[in-house]
Design a protein around this ligand. Structure first.
Ligand SMILES: [Zn+2]
Length: 172
């Protein structure tokens, strides 16, 4: 079955029905619809790309895929903004209660939810939240002081913005 393109990802999905149809999805979800993620990041721009498919095994809906988004957080070392690409692959088995998880194959992570009203958007948000570092920081040595850094030319010498501008004007 070709992937089904949806304009808007639903808040909830009937996982039983969707799994029976072998639903595949490639769509985007606005980050502004993810309230908990909003509290953890700066700004509400952007969207998450979602690829997923729903299948079932022994009546258990299996949700497999990946959600990706780039969020902006505050670096805890220099307090400057830090763009963070998040990639969250997931393999979730939807079980109606905690005990049912025991019968699952090992590499499926159980998620307790009503399969008829699976909170799809909330689950994807959760996957992104899990990938957020507790103390976000730029990679070691890449924090910048707040003042604009001077341009460094190819020869290794320091070159101010006016030198660049002068060169542009003379065409050399
Ligand atoms: Zn930093």
């Amino acid at each position: 079955m070709a992937p089904l393109m949806l304009r808007r990802i639903p808040d909830t999905v009937d996982a039983v029905q969707a799994a029976a149809r072998g639903l595949r999805m490639h769509t985007y979800a606005a980050l502004s619809r993810m309230a908990r993620l909003q509290e953890a990041v700066e700004g509400d721009a952007g969207e998450a790309e979602v690829r997923l498919r729903l299948t079932e095994e022994h009546g258990v809906p299996l949700l497999e895929g990946e959600v990706r988004a780039t969020v902006t957080v505050r670096c805890q070392r220099c307090l400057e903004p830090l763009e963070l690409p998040l990639e969250a692959p997931f393999r979730l088995a939807v079980v109606p209660e905690e005990g049912a998880a025991a019968f699952l194959p090992g590499d499926w992570e159980p998620v307790v939810a009503d399969p008829r009203r699976l909170p799809l958007l909330s689950l994807l948000e959760e996957e992104l939240l899990l990938r957020l570092p507790h103390i976000p920081r730029h990679p070691e040595g890449t924090c910048r002081p707040p003042e604009a850094p001077a341009t460094v030319s190819a020869s290794g010498g320091r070159e101010g913005p006016f030198a660049v501008l002068a060169r542009l004007k003379t065409g050399g």
